[in-house]
Every structure is written in structure tokens, then in C-alpha cells.
Design a protein around this ligand. Structure first.
Ligand code: UT7
Length: 328
């Protein structure tokens, strides 16, 4: 085992100001507050303004995490940005964030793993940490899915929201931080959450735009089945790896896609409601930003303290899933 560990030294989030309620949506498309609340638990979501972009949200959240950790831009060694809705397909949005922060000595890269992105990025950051070569790593989850959905498609547009949150992982020799992680992928389900056009397989053409192939499409029922089957399994795998039990977990922070999925997974795992963090009602599904937004709120609500054991679980496009256990 490495003699270097990573302490979660800072956190921060930045969400757009504008709140769009279920009622607002019901006035525009064929849906209702009752349907959305009953099927998803979502009541409102934040939607980005025309003048803000993915890189702005990520920069603001990262800066807050740096301030909390008490580090300067010069002290940042690496920035990992998890997102599927960057400003541009190229260049990587991570370099925009690095530049905006003034983190001149930092390397930067993007992780595109859908809603599982933050968990993958955190697990990656810890591998760099354990090498001992990095002192401060920023891991940011950010998403502007509102610009990728079809606002006439009630199957998707009611579900998603925009936002960003970040953490700073700081090198330490104290035994703390990531105790175990597990990453999963099953590409046979690639079609269940997909933006067909805009990549190199189906480059953007006028015809494809007319067909709406650039919009995010999701087979909700299939994803629901998949999510409920992998969440408990991946959680048990990290607990086994760390030699811990469900009852050792102080707070379970799952991907916030649907309150029903979270409640099912928590019940199946035997986690009492007070150990389960839910804020999907106020943000909707913010994809790669959902776990870190929840984490930052959990800190602010005093639900986490030094020594707490946090379990994070996420799932998303790919299909992918993953989990990690962090000792604060
Ligand atoms: O983070 C990425 C992972 N994504 C997810 O985790 C999403 C997972 N899936 C889900 O959360 C749920 O499957 C949904 C919330 C997307 C849908 O809930 P559901 O209980 O699986 O509903 P359904 O897809 O079976 O649809 C039931 C009915 C359909 O009507 P018919 O075919 O039964 O007549 C839909 O057309 O509800 C209809 N429907 C709506 N009705 C009102 C679908 N969307 C809406 C809507 N408002 N917004």
C-alpha cells in the first residue's frame, strides 16, 4: 500500500440561479407536477442562462473548493473535469477551467462517463494521489444537460438539471480518504442513453438536425431496471473490498436521478432513511454533477464530519456504474 493518501480538503458547488418548477414545465408540454413528483421525486431544477456555460459553472465550483481547502491556483497539480456537456467537443473543457482558475502548473483532462463520471474521476484522482507525485487535485462534476435535451420531449426534459460541484483532494501521510472503489461498464446497453449525432459516427448534417438526432434520448424503463440491479451490487463490492459493513456507513450519497431508484437501493441494502442523502427534488438529475452537489450540501447541513464514512454510488450512460468509500 502507498504511504500517501488523499484528504478531502475542500468542496464547493455552483448552480445556476434560475429555478424551473414542474408547474413551469406543465404549462409548456404535456406533463404534470403530479406525474413528475410521483415517478421521480423531482420538484424543480436549475437551468443555466444564455450567458453562462459549462466552463463557467465548473470554474466557479472549483474556485469555491480551492477557497475551502485554502489553496492557491499555483498549488493545483491536476484538474479532472467529469462532464458529458462541455462547451466544445474540442478543446477539452478542463483546459478552459484550468486557464480560468489561473492554475498554470496543473495538468487537466476530461472524463466522459455520463452520470458515473464523478465517481470515475474521483477514483482516478486517488490513483494519482497514491503515487505521491501530486499534492492537490481538483475533481469537478459539471453538466449543462438543458442544452442537450429536446424541450418538447417529456421523456427527458423534465428529468435533468444543470449545475457543478468540485472537491479538492490533498496529499497526506495520514491514513484517510478513498478506502475502496469499484468501476463497472456494460457497453451492450449503449443505446439506452444516447446522443446519436454530433460524434464521428453520425456527423451533424441538416437532415440529422431536422430529425433531432443531436438531442439526448433515454430509454427510461431500461435504465431504471439497470440502475436498481447494479446499485446494491457495487455498494456491496466496495464494502467487501474495505472489510466493512453496511452499518459502518455514516452517509450514503447516491446519484440523484430518481428518488424511487434511491429508495429502492437503500431499502435493499438495509440503509435507514437518515443515512441516505436525497436532493433530487431540488436539482433534478444533474448527471456527473449530482454526487458532488449532494456531497457539498451534506457537508453544509452538518451531516458529515472528520472521520465519517461516506459511500457514493453512481450509474449512467455507457452503460456504466461505480462506487467508492471515502473516510473523511
Ligand atoms: O442519470 C441517468 C440515468 N437515468 C435514469 O436514472 C432514469 C431512469 N428511469 C426513470 O427514472 C424512469 O424510468 C422515468 C422517470 C424516466 C419514467 O418513469 P416510469 O415509471 O419508468 O414511466 P414509463 O417510462 O414507464 O412511462 C409511463 C407513462 C408512459 O405513458 P404510456 O406509454 O404508459 O401511455 C409515458 O409516455 O408515462 C408517460 N410519460 C409521461 N407522462 C407525463 C413519460 N414522461 C412523462 C411526463 N409526463 N414527463
Amino acid at each position: 500500500m502507498s504511504k500517501y493518501y488523499g484528504k478531502l480538503a475542500g468542496y464547493g458547488r455552483h448552480v445556476p440561479e434560475a429555478i424551473v418548477t414542474n408547474q413551469d414545465l406543465a404549462e409548456r408540454i404535456d406533463t404534470s407536477n403530479q406525474w413528475i413528483v410521483e415517478r421521480t421525486g423531482i420538484r424543480e431544477r436549475r437551468i443555466i442562462s444564455d450567458t453562462e456555460h459549462c466552463s463557467d459553472l465548473a470554474t466557479a465550483a472549483s474556485q469555491k473548493a480551492m477557497d475551502k481547502a485554502g489553496i492557491t491556483a499555483e498549488e493545483v497539480d491536476l484538474i479532472i473535469v467529469a462532464t458529458s456537456s462541455p462547451d466544445y467537443l474540442t478543446p477539452p473543457v478542463s483546459s478552459q477551467v484550468q486557464h480560468n482558475l489561473g492554475a498554470k502548473k496543473a495538468g487537466a483532462f476530461v472524463m466522459v462517463v455520463g452520470c458515473t463520471g464523478f465517481v470515475y474521476a474521483l477514483a482516478t484522482a486517488y490513483q494519482f494521489m497514491h503515487s505521491g507525485e501530486y499534492r492537490n487535485i481538483i475533481v469537478t462534476g459539471v453538466e449543462v444537460t438543458s442544452r442537450n435535451v429536446d424541450w418538447n420531449d417529456r421523456n427527458t426534459c423534465v428529468l435533468f438539471g444543470d449545475g457543478a460541484a468540485a472537491v479538492v483532494i490533498q496529499r497526506t501521510t495520514q491514513e484517510t480518504g478513498m478506502l475502496a472503489h469499484h468501476l463497472g461498464s456494460d457497453g451492450s446497453g449503449y443505446e439506452h442513453i444516447i446522443q446519436v449525432s454530433g460524434g464521428t459516427r453520425f456527423p451533424t448534417t441538416h437532415e440529422r438536425l431536422d430529425e433531432g438526432l443531436h438531442f439526448l434520448k433515454m430509454n427510461g424503463r431500461e435504465v431504471f431496471k439497470f440502475a436498481t440491479s447494479v446499485m446494491g451490487e457495487t455498494l456491496q463490492i466496495v464494502l467487501d473490498k474495505a472489510g466493512l459493513k453496511i452499518s459502518d456507513i455514516d452517509l450514503f450519497i447516491p446519484h440523484q436521478a430518481n428518488a424511487r431508484i434511491i429508495e429502492f437501493a437503500a431499502k435493499q441494502a438495509g440503509l435507514p432513511p437518515e443515512k441516505v442523502f436525497i436532493n433530487v427534488d431540488r436539482y433534478g438529475n444533474t448527471s456527473a454533477a449530482s454526487v458532488p452537489i449532494a456531497l457539498s450540501e451534506a457537508f453544509e447541513q452538518g451531516r458529515l464530519k472528520e472521520g465519517s464514512l461516506v459511500a457514493m454510488v453512481a450509474f449512467g450512460s455507457g452503460l456504466t456504474w461505480g462506487s467508492c468509500l471515502i473516510r473523511l
